[in-house]
Design a protein around this ligand. Structure first.
Ligand code: ZN
Length: 318
């Protein structure tokens, strides 16, 4: 499957590939409303030139980007925020109240990311992250709204993956922009138009009870579509919500089993192997015929991050 840099949907919504590690891994969503624009999530600093080239192709002006909206401040979503603020001079940054101060002063965020990824990998992938002028930052608490050229966007506080996570409801398209709250779903795993979705339990704020509650809260709006950062539009949300509930529980069970386990492997290996077999089994049941190697290549780094997040959760809350 080849994925181009931009995928256009209805209601002025497009997904722009953030070119994060591989094509089809992370999306930056663009909403255009009568010439004015909002971006939802930013990829990393090096993703922003791709966004600008897409705007040029569409004859849109960088001056007409009104909002840079962050679902949350993990750096595959927010790493490009300071570069966006530099390139889109009239934009305001809209972020969860718990994330705002880290955008104005990113030092803690950078330190945290280095702890997860290591210094060399961090510098290679994320580059430089600069402080953002506080006067351009808008905090979006639960149930707040902004208007993009008259088009209302509603912010819902959705902890579970992270405590600084908002999902954004766009009533014009009856769709939610869900960041990582509704899990990840790679288009390569689609089978006859049906998607496969699984949770992301990345460090350091995974909270299973909150993750379940946030899914239920999203579903109460009866959205037709969800736009995931990893990767873009999915439908069949009712079915995916059920699978997500089941897989969140299965992740927790894997972690608890490893904690009380008698295996000879270290805990990281025990958890990551169990997640690998869990997801492989579910992906096979879903009907995917890719080779085990191809599937592993797609989900391997998610399994590592999920394992790290579950270990952190075990050590700090159990
Ligand atoms: Zn995240």
């Amino acid at each position: 499957m080849t994925l181009s840099l931009v995928t256009d949907y209805t209601h002025g919504i497009s997904a722009i590939d953030a070119q994060f590690h591989r094509p089809g891994r992370a999306a930056i969503h663009l909403i255009v409303e009568n010439g004015k624009m909002a971006l939802i999530d930013t990829g990393t600093t090096s993703s922003v030139s791709g966004v600008i080239s897409v705007l040029k192709e569409k004859n849109l002006s960088v001056e007409d980007v009104d909002y840079i909206i962050l679902t949350h401040i993990h750096l595959d979503h927010a790493g490009g925020a300071s570069e966006c603020m530099r390139c889109f001079p009239n934009a305001q940054l809209v972020v969860h109240p718990r994330g705002a101060r880290h955008m104005a002063d990113p030092e803690k965020l950078v330190t945290g990311a280095i702890a997860v990824y290591g210094e060399t990998e961090f510098r290679r992938v994320y580059g430089e992250i600069h402080p953002i002028d506080k006067r351009r930052i808008v905090e979006a608490p639960d149930e707040s709204r902004i208007e993009l050229n008259g088009r209302p966007l509603l912010f819902i506080d959705t902890p579970g993956h992270a405590r600084h996570h908002n999902c954004i409801f766009d009533e014009h398209s009856n769709a939610f922009f869900t960041g990582d709250t509704f899990g990840v779903s790679y288009r390569e795993l689609d089978v006859n138009g049906m998607e496969f979705v699984f949770p992301t339990t990345t460090p350091v704020q995974f909270d299973p009870a909150a993750a379940h509650a946030s899914l239920d809260r999203i579903m109460r709006y009866k959205p037709e579509y969800a736009f995931l950062t990893h990767y873009s539009r999915i439908s069949h949300l009712h079915q995916h919500a059920e699978n997500m509930h089941s897989l969140i529980d299965a992740h927790v069970e894997v972690a608890r089993n490893a904690q009380s386990g008698l295996g000879s492997n270290d805990r990281f290996t025990t958890i990551s192997c169990a997640l690998q077999s869990l997801l492989l089994q579910r992906i096979r049941e879903h009907g995917c015929r890719l080779s085990e190697n191809d599937i592993t290549a797609l989900i391997n780094s998610d399994i590592k991050l999920n394992t790290q997040g579950l270990e952190y959760w075990l050590d700090h809350t159990q």
